[in-house]
Design a protein around this ligand. Structure first.
Ligand code: AMP
Ligand code: ZN
Length: 114
């Protein structure tokens, strides 16, 4: 989608510092403003603005992202645990309106989140 920063990253129009994983469905890269020692964004190549815009058509893709996250967590050595976060909407802190999941690890997280 035009004017979407993550679509531009996926298309190679904006470089990322560290690409972590790519296949035909997802693109994963390190967050530019990390909130934990491991902070990776897992983004579907298909533009969906947020979880509320996803439908049954996207069921498989959403499951695929979660399994990709667990694979990446294994590769990153996050045996102790990790957090997988989706911010949906402005109140949740979503700033990029192309659905993405934050894979956070490498430290202990508090609950409830802020
Ligand atoms: P959210 O606030 O959930 O929408 O998350 C958007 C995330 O994208 C933030 O954690 C930003 O730091 C991250 N981000 C924005 N632009 C870039 C970029 N060019 N490269 C890597 N991460 C980015
Ligand atoms: Zn997009």
């Amino acid at each position: 989608m035009k004017d979407c920063i993550f679509c531009k990253i996926i298309a190679g129009e904006i470089p990322v510092k560290t690409k972590v994983f790519e296949d035909d469905k997802v693109f994963a890269f390190e967050d530019i403003n990390p909130q934990a020692p491991v902070h990776i964004l897992i983004v579907p190549k298909k533009h969906i603005s947020c979880l509320n815009e996803a439908s049954n058509e996207n069921l498989e893709l959403l499951g695929y992202i979660q399994l990709a996250a667990s694979q990446i967590a294994k590769q990153k050595g996050l045996e102790g645990g990790y957090r997988l976060v989706n911010n949906c909407g402005a109140d949740a802190g979503q700033t990029v309106f192309h659905i993405h999941y934050h894979l956070l690890g490498g430290r202990v997280f508090a609950w409830p989140p802020g």
